[in-house]
Write a protein that binds this ligand. Structure first.
Ligand SMILES: *Cc1c(COP(=O)(O)O)cnc(C)c1O
Length: 504
């Protein structure tokens, strides 16, 4: 009896931020993606790390991943989890360290772009398909799983690459036709695999994300799907199976700094995250709550600075012009994962969370209370405008020969502003979320306007020369690959397109 109770205590269950559902095991939360009431799954309580930083410092990335993920995915067996990890973090990554740190100009850049599609989304989307197919087996799911995803550019390709030709799964990706970089688009529309579908929408990322959320919460459609032997899931960062693998690299980064003697044991480190949907920085927050010595969580926005304003004023207001920037994966006005933070700020009061989300849906706006604002003490919000981003790319290149992509450059600018403003001298890790090779045009134009007339692949070769790094495999692959997906639709047509693709 006693032992049983102990094991139960260690189990991490997931409930909806909006509350109506019973708590479910992790594999069920991963399969569903979004809760039926439209809320996001959150752990009932955030588990504490049960290894010390010194112990982590002796571990490989894969070992670290196991020690962190086992605390969240408690209904996976050790063998299941280790198999998923081994299949995900293998030689798809071009470095054994998986997530290496590079020091430049007084900060540590945590390079999260060494995976198959050269953006940080690979960190989670390399493992999500394995977690999901394992979950389907564990729960004896007979239906075919339909992964429905809205992308601001990087999630789409990383999800397509992870799920292509996975048995029992189809994947449908919607992206804003005019809202991604040429390389991002090319990566998606050349995707192979008989179970992959890529559709451009006439609208922006928020339109795509809202459309997908609407399809998910359409009860009648869900029934039709079920009758035809399908069920939806999500590869977006609303899926807890995306969030949990992202906690790992913060633990790994801290342990790497300790191992290399750059910090003392227990020393606090600040983290800067270029933010869009608030998934990556939420993972850093969870890592801090688990006991990792993180100081400030610095949330960096581009000109779509809805989060900056939120941290300033406590008012979240999406009623503003949507700006297309050189960091398209952060061109987002509705940061879905903020709901998970909000849920913590209201002390797990699902009705209060639901009320805020209802306001957001109705008026595009909500304001948090003074008491809730106090819960934001460990966050700092900053933003960078386009000129600052370009200037920072050029400056760091000239100073250190290190080249940032525009998303990471947003974070780098915000870090400089933060350090100037606060004089906080703690060591700082900057999440480097994409390879500059994914955004060659913006990056090289920032360094020298003469590149304007060059074609994308000539630019990649030039970037290789300037940076001293080889052109990544992900870029070589698309040089000559044929376009396989050409469909474009209106944002109102998304549900019809999905039904058409599934033949229901
Ligand atoms: C997705 C993405 C981001 C934003 O991450 P969120 O988890 O959505 O906040 C930042 N940079 C790049 C390159 C991305 O692909």
């Amino acid at each position: 009896m006693k032992i049983q109770r102990k094991e139960k205590d260690m189990e991490t269950l997931y409930k909806s931020t909006r509350g109506a559902e019973r708590a479910v095991a992790s594999s069920k939360a991963i399969l569903k993606g979004l809760a039926d009431d439209g809320g996001l799954f959150v752990p009932e309580k955030i588990p504490a790390l049960d290894k010390t930083p010194e112990e982590f410092a002796q571990m490989s990335y894969q070992e670290t991943a196991y020690e962190v993920m086992k605390l969240y995915l408690t209904d996976y067996t050790e063998e299941e989890l280790k198999t998923c990890i081994a299949r995900a973090y293998d030689d798809k990554f071009d470095t054994k360290r998986i997530a290496p740190l590079t020091e430049a100009d007084g900060a540590y850049y945590l390079e999260l772009y060494h995976g198959a599609t050269i953006a940080f989304k690979d960190m989670a989307l390399s493992i999500l398909p394995h977690l999901m197919t394992t979950a389907a087996k564990k729960n004896r799911i007979q239906n075919e799983i339909v992964i429905l995803t809205a992308t601001s550019g990087d999630t789409g390709k990383a999800a397509l690459s992870g799920f292509a030709d996975v048995e029992g799964v189809r994947i449908i990706v919607f992206y804003p036709k005019n809202g991604v970089s040429p390389i991002q688009e090319r990566q998606m529309v050349t995707q192979k695999g008989k179970n992959t579908f890529v559709i451009g929408i006439r609208g922006n990322f928020d339109d795509a994300q809202t459309g997908v959320k609407r399809i998910f919460s359409d009860g009648a459609l869900k029934e039709r799907m079920g009758a035809a032997g399908f069920q939806f899931s999500s590869a977006n960062s609303i899926n807890i199976g995306r969030l949990v693998p992202q906690i790992v690299y913060y633990v790994y980064a801290y342990a790497s700094l300790l191992k290399e003697g750059r910090i003392a044991s227990g020393e606090q480190v600040n983290v800067v995250v270029p933010t869009g949907n608030f998934g990556n920085i939420l993972a850093a927050y969870y890592a801090k709550e688990m006991g990792l010595p993180i100081g400030k969580l610095i949330c960096a926005s581009n000109e779509n600075k809805v989060l900056f304003d939120f941290f300033q004023s406590g008012i979240y207001d999406r009623n503003r012009e949507f700006v297309l920037t050189s960091s398209p994966s952060m061109d987002i006005l509705i940061s879905s994962n903020l709901e998970r933070l909000l849920y913590r700020l209201v002390g797990g009061d699902a009705a209060a969370d639901a009320a805020f989300m209802e306001q957001l849906g109705r008026s595009g706006k909500y304001e948090i209370t003074e008491a809730m604002k106090e819960g934001l003490i460990s966050f700092y919000g900053g933003y960078a405008c386009e000129e600052e981003v370009a200037a920072r790319i050029r400056e760091l290149y000239e100073k250190c020969g290190y080249i940032l992509d525009p998303h990471t450059a947003v974070a780098s600018v915000v870090y400089q502003k933060y350090a100037r403003e606060t004089k906080d001298g703690r060591k700082t890790v900057i999440a480097s979320t994409a390879s500059p090779f994914k955004f060659t045009r913006s990056v090289l134009n920032a360094i020298d306007p003469q590149y304007d007339a060059w074609d994308d692949f000539a630019l990649a070769d030039e970037l290789s020369k300037l940076s001293g790094r080889a052109v990544p495999r992900a870029i070589e692959e698309i040089r000559t690959a044929p376009v396989l997906h050409e469909r474009v639709c209106g944002k109102e047509e998304m549900a019809d397109i999905v039904c058409g693709l599934l033949g229901i």
